[in-house]
Design a protein around this ligand. Sequence first.
Ligand code: SF4
Length: 419
Amino acid sequence: AALPAGTQAPPPTPHVFSDPAEIGALRRNLLAWYDRCKRDLPWRTLAATEPDADRRAYAVWVSEIMLQQTQVATVIDYYNRWMQKWPTLQALAQASLEEVNELWAGLGYYSRGKRLQEAAKKVVSELAGRMPRTAEDLQKLLPGVGRYTAGAIASISYGQATGVVDGNVIRVLCRLRCIGADSSSPAVIDQLWDMANALVDRSRPGDFNQALMELGATVCVPKAPLCRECPVKQHCRAWRRKLFGKPTPVPDVEDCGVGGCPLCPPAMEPWDSSLGVTNFPRKAAKKQPRVARTATCVLERRGCHGAPEYLIVQRPSSGLLAGLWEFPSLPLDQDLQEEKQREALADHLRAWTGWPVVAGGLRFVGEVVHIFSHIHQTYVVYSLPLDGDVTLDPALTPSRWVTEEEFHASAVSTAMKKV
Ligand code: SF4
């Protein structure tokens, strides 16, 4: 029978969990494995031992923001320092952006730290210091908190039975249920959220969600998953398919037997037996990163104690690397010849310092490549020794002279440290 307008057909059964007994078994197997094998992480300890719900939610929130796009091993040290410095929302709300950037330096995606601090201020000033108590309210009321982070905070800190979907969960669920359609498409993502909400264990939702993510991070990894050791392999359709294969692939019949199935691999790219379970998930081709070149000048002078000092300037308070400090830099047009880029940089420095900088005085040092998430950035590095003082107009750009030690303690990006 035709469905009423506006409603979607339920997904074909091979792509969902419909048997309550199987859901129960999967929860038990996954949680038993998690209890045995989980990694000891500082935010897990805090979430398990902190009696105050606001402090607990704050501790989980900080970890979730730091873990976005960053490896666990890198985050641990930053997390411990952060929680020592700002153990509560109230403490963080009083910090300056400069302090936040300094602590964040090296962790990348700097706007995360800034947004976290802005949101903490909001909780203190507008919500009387009380964290919203459900995933829905967390997402609605806290800037920078999306559906995933809200679900993680609510399930781990408050025990709300709500699922989460991040990159690890996408991979695990797509494999468990042979979902081979583009895993970044809204239709597939919606499907995965429904599945995560249906699967999440009702009495231990926070542990269940962490277990699913941990499985993706340590067992069901992207390239060479450890299926033989996997605690949920008996529920995994990709694994079963790898073991038993298919008699003969018939390209014009969809994998699950439903013609035009929206969740199967596209008909043009059917199951490839050489890939095994890594047939899933599939993603549409990534956009190429933008290529950019920037000329950077390390201005050096002798400081009052004879040690060299370097000039750093502050970036604008919005946009890429907002508010961080860097050596004076100038974005370059593509395909500019070396001579021209040197002249452009000299012009820039002259206008800005009032010092008679000539292109010939700039010494070319080398090139540094740094990959931001969406930009392939090359810094063309020059140096310029000065034997007098340069006074910059502070209204123009905040700047300061620093020793090498002070430079490393400042809020500078990893790219500038490479320079
Ligand atoms: Fe992932 Fe393999 Fe486990 Fe399936 S059996 S969930 S593919 S590790």
